[in-house]
Design a protein around this ligand. Sequence first.
Ligand code: NOJ
Length: 470
Amino acid sequence: MVRLEFLKYMATLAAMWRVNPISGSSFVDPEITKADFGKDFIWGVATSAYQIEGAWNADGKGESVWDKFTSKPCNVKDKTNGNEAIDFYNRYTNDLKLLKSLNFKNFRFSFSWPRLLPEGTGKVNEKGVDFYNRLIDECLNLGIEPWVTLYHWDLPQKLDDRGGWTNRDIVNWFSEYTELCTKRFGDRVKHWMVLNEPAGFTTLGYLSGMHAPNQSSINKFLASIHHACLCQAEGGRIIRNNVENSHIGTTFSCSFTEPYKNFARHQLASRRLDVMLNRLFIEPSLGMGYPHEELPFLRKIEKYIQPGDHEKLKFEFDYIGIQNYFRVISKSSLIPFIWANRVKPGNEAEMTEMGWEVNPEGIYHIIKQFAKYPIKEIVVTENGAAFPDQLIEGKVHDVQRINFYKRYLQQILKAKNEGANVQGYFAWTFIDNFEWAEGFRPRFGLVYNDHKTQERIVKDSGLWWQEFLK
Ligand code: NOJ
């Protein structure tokens, strides 16, 4: 029984990332302008190495956990992989020009750890270093500010062979990698993000097994949480030490949680999911420890904690990156450990192609929630939507996506005007790319990619941004 419920929970977790063909549309047109956000507000697009670069084994790159995971076609819905992805490795020059033409002045990308350190530690792949040097220099030549993520899920396979995030040695491996990146690129890169969505890669990678490295164990999950939190803080310290005038952040996936009905048990369920989705990774960094009062199973993290760790978990980030895609409606359930589950929104809800509810108010609430923490600054480091785009006579009229952006921006502005210190916004994503276990089908881009020819076609939403940022 318990096992069955646990499996059901896994299925629900998986459903958060599942493609769902429903897509309603409600046209709203709240007028906002760039000026409403202030002249120093940061506007950018976000990407990640595995999802765009391709060149998976070119120029000395080592294998990543995603290379291995996708080599089994059944792991990805459409049986594709990121071996070529959108060939950004070879096309970055033109892509950056295209980005500039859309009037974006900030570009978020990640370093591929196995491209720089094919074995995870030890010998540096100078050709990988050259690639990122060229990419950074090209950004700066074009007046585009690079915002880099150190870890966006593509762990070197060699490190996974040694336990990956479940092995405490990862703190040393990650430190070595961070030292390398900061020393080689820190003269030109000032904006850093340590981890991308630790809740994402620990839950999907070590609990549900839906993502690389395809593990499904509570103990591995708990160990990976603690080691990710240690790396999060240690990475911050290394950047601060090595990079002059650095602006250091880390990013969290977050979803405002609400009870399905106002009964005490659903309210409790909502608080439990709030811990899992929103609080687990930020609170240790603020010196608040792991939030286990509502979820006793999290106390088991204790067994991975060593003397002195509570201090090591703390780091004062310059900004916190918030990544929001949906809200969560919560209900009490018999699912072991969590005792909570998600409820699907009603039929009237507008859904994206991922099966995620379009709920602009959710980003307002989650920003307000995060703004209560003692943090300096918030940057929305990802927000966007996949819709079933149609390329018709060389155009993509993605009006739903334009509405999505307008409505979300309006809610961010509302939170900002009410005092939340939001300083920037990055749209996910620039060009359609490889959406992890979903493959190429979900299209999140402002630019359409013909995945056969690698031709880039600006969607109407890209043109909308061009105009908005003018
Ligand atoms: C969050 C992840 O950081 C990114 O890699 C992913 O593509 C988007 N969410 C959309 O699912």
